[in-house]
Design a binder for this molecule. Structure first.
Ligand code: GUN
Length: 282
């Protein structure tokens, strides 16, 4: 298997957007709303902020705790929508458990022109209407970049997506269908997953359950994109078990860490720069 190096692909995106940022008359500005206590979210946000800072993108981190109520978040988003200095609003997922019921209301309050995540109903709807030149959710965009790097043809390919969320599986499945792949959207409860994996030309996996994809169930020549990144026994691992046996098989894999993760940050910041440029060209 050949490794798809997410850091290298991310650097290519930074090389593209850096001159665009430098030409803008003001720095792009991203507001990140954090409404959970997850250590993983804090780590992601730290990484996003570090990269943004290196590129000359300003970030405002706005934190809510469990004693806040959803209305306060909605009011905050409305004031950020009205603030011309803000180019993008990102509400980090997951939310506090009690707020999950209001997730759609929160995301749909974000002005679609300030939605670098592409998760508001308008932007998600455009993707499902086959509009692929707008804002594509960063993780989905990162997966597509990995597949593009492998050289695999999407048209006619059997693509298995093991994730059915609004963040990854649904928009990715929709885009792949638009690009004429034959898509199966599965999840970790899907029956006979091993059989589906063994038939797929491309597997995109984001289950959080490790050891889903192994040397004994992948097809020779397959492209495996592993979106999961979880900490286990002080190690960061994904859904794919990388060992000597899998390394000997023909095809491509994304490592964890160092695959989809860094690329997702680059795709998010690229979306933000696109929005900022559009605001400043107005
Ligand atoms: N949590 C994990 N990944 C993401 C992402 O891409 N966007 C948001 N908003 N939350 C996340």
């Amino acid at each position: 298997m050949q490794l798809i190096n997410g850091y290298e692909l991310a650097q290519k995106i930074y090389d593209e957007i850096s001159p665009v940022i430098n030409k803008l008359s003001r720095k792009p500005r991203l507001a990140i709303i954090l409404a959970n206590n997850s250590d993983a979210s804090k780590t992601y946000i730290k990484m996003k902020m570090k990269k943004a800072d290196e590129l000359g993108i300003a970030v405002d981190l706005i934190r809510f705790d469990e004693t806040s109520n959803v209305q306060e978040v909605l009011n905050k988003i409305k004031s950020l929508n009205d603030n011309p200095a803000i180019d993008g609003i990102l509400v980090q997922l997951p939310l506090f458990e009690d707020w999950e019921l209001f997730r759609h209301q929160i995301f749909n309050t974000i002005n679609p022109l300030k939605d670098p995540d592409g998760l508001s109903a308008i932007n998600a709807g455009l993707v499902s209407q086959s509009v692929l030149n707008g804002i594509i959710p960063a993780t989905v965009d990162a997966v597509l970049e990995c597949i593009k790097f492998s050289g695999a043809k999407l048209e006619g390919a059997n693509v298995l997506v093991i994730n059915n969320t609004d963040l990854i599986g649904k928009p990715l499945g929709s885009i792949l269908a638009t690009l004429n792949s034959t898509v199966t959207i599965a999840n970790k409860h899907t029956k006979d997953l091993d059989n589906l994996i063994s038939k797929a030309d491309i597997v995109v996996s984001a289950t959080g359950a490790t050891n889903i994809i192994r040397s004994d169930n992948v097809k020779s020549g397959a492209v495996i994109v592993d979106v999961t990144s979880i900490k286990k026994d002080a190690k960061v691992i994904g859904d794919l078990t990388i060992d000597e046996k899998i390394e000997a098989i023909d095809g491509f894999i994304t490592p964890v860490p160092g695959g989809v993760g860094p690329l997702t940050i680059a795709c998010l910041l690229r979306n933000l720069v696109t929005l900022s440029k559009a605001h400043q060209d107005e």
